[in-house]
Design a protein around this ligand. Structure first.
Ligand SMILES: [Zn+2]
Length: 113
């Protein structure tokens, strides 16, 4: 199902189900908390997807949403620091709901708001 949102190497995806890890050190930890991202449902770091719950079926919205972030990671150069800086910059500029990559990931995951 990851191929539905454009993941080219689906065999590389690793899924970790459980609590989503958070940054432990500042300034990233404070930035994440200030942006209201302290209790995420999912997180994509490259091909590693952290999900609070496991994917359920071919149209699992959370899984597809995180796969969309995986695709964005690759399209933005595949380097973690620039990806995080761009992502957080978008959140600071437009807020979580209206940031470019979040809007795109919701659309790719099947949510149209
Ligand atoms: Zn997202």
């Amino acid at each position: 199902m990851a191929a539905k949102v454009g993941v080219k190497h689906t065999e590389l995806i690793q899924i970790c189900i459980g609590p989503v890890p958070m940054p432990q050190e500042d300034p990233l930890r404070t930035a994440v908390l200030n942006l209201g991202l302290g209790n995420p449902e999912g997180l994509a770091i490259g091909y590693s997807l952290f999900l609070k719950r496991g994917p359920k079926g071919q149209n699992d919205i959370l899984f597809l949403h995180e796969c969309a972030h995986l695709v964005q990671f690759g399209e933005s150069g595949g380097r973690l620091r620039p990806f995080i800086e761009e992502y957080l910059g978008q959140l600071l500029k437009d807020g979580y709901l209206h940031s470019k990559w979040e809007v795109e990931a919701r659309r790719m995951g099947g949510i149209t708001f």
